[in-house]
Design a protein around this ligand. Sequence first.
Ligand SMILES: Cc1cc2nc3c(=O)[nH]c(=O)nc-3n(C[C@H](O)[C@H](O)[C@H](O)COP(=O)(O)OP(=O)(O)OC[C@H]3O[C@@H](n4cnc5c(N)ncnc54)[C@H](O)[C@@H]3O)c2cc1C
Length: 378
Amino acid sequence: MGYAQPESTEVAIVGGGLAGFVAYQTLRHGGIEPGGIAVFDPDPDPVGAWRPRAEAIHQERMRSESDGHCYPTTFPGLAAREAYRRGELTPLVRTAFVRYRPTVGEFLRHVDELRDRSGWDESIVRDRVARVTPVDGGFELDTSGGDRTSRFSHVLLALGHPGLAVPDELDGDPRLVHAYEPHRYAARVAVVGAGMAAATEWLNALAAGAEVVSVRRREPVRRPLNLPRPLFTKRGLRRFHSTPPTERAALLAELSAPSYPPGDQWDAPLERAAAEGRFRIAGSVDGEDQVICATGFLRGYANDPVLRRLVDEHGIEAHGRWLVLAPDSTVAPLTDGTRTLAVAGVHGQWAYPAADTLAGMKFASRRFLRRIRTCRTR
Ligand SMILES: Cc1cc2nc3c(=O)[nH]c(=O)nc-3n(C[C@H](O)[C@H](O)[C@H](O)COP(=O)(O)OP(=O)(O)OC[C@H]3O[C@@H](n4cnc5c(N)ncnc54)[C@H](O)[C@@H]3O)c2cc1C
């Protein structure tokens, strides 16, 4: 808490979750020393927010593939890392056939190693940022409710999701637990939602012996990654960036529809349970003993106090629930040859639809580093 800003600190990352961590690795690879980066987060653990959520749904494998890692460069990915560690080629063969998904354990080991060797803990400022104020040539960050201010030329906002979402009609229901909070399974369970967390919970609850009702408003899309693959490519992104605002917002809304991967490992247990009368689909919750909300997170910048203030007080543009960003994930009106304000993680979707993935975090981080370098060479 006793953070005294050294003279040379010019870069701040607000939020030390996975997006902040990926950015940190990119900046370190780009030659910026730990003393030149301040990472603001009350929790120094880069998976402090993520791990409990993955644990709550007993996630065993990542949805992302070999390139879903925190290294600053794309290659080698987690498949090569696992092949080397285990002394066998299977992960490489699987990745060649787009069949490799790292275990959560493999991913967490990789994060721990990078945390140790990158100097991450030296750069952590265990404090929450309450306000970001643009000033000449940079930004002032107010922490601890405004009793301390520090100043930076380049700021990356990596604030993560602003909270768990629960449907209004279920709020206060004593049977309710959110999928991302620790829980066991009752004998008769309703799982609300139809995305990856919901699908994982159907199988968890069935494996625990429960009778499961899947409560959904619409049918889930079946796809391996959380967005269609073209949106991870340069070509797909160029097309996305050329869409006018209203069309782009509509596309982002459509892409947020629930989805989970295709495959027998999902379908076979559900078909078996349905045949035994232990799994069915319904439009609403009924008399089940437990209601698990696999309904994800609150959506939109306005649920985050730092972003809401930036929009309300400094006229940053927003369209619907999205912050309007330049294609390189920066806030254009507050970024110039002397300073950078950029966004990584879920709030960066205007620039990169899959912003809430490790690939998206790398996209924003690399462009943030490029901006910093451009300013330095002017
Ligand atoms: C269960 C689950 C599984 C997932 N699996 C995958 C996967 O396989 N592959 C993939 O690519 N993605 C996956 N994701 C998506 C994504 O990687 C995660 O959502 C990830 O946690 C996002 O990282 P983040 O840093 O944006 O947010 P978080 O990890 O939530 O971190 C945000 C951090 O910001 C801090 N913070 C917030 N506001 C402030 C403030 N004002 N001042 C200081 N600090 C602040 C918080 O304390 C927190 O530590 C998964 C997500 C979930 C929930």
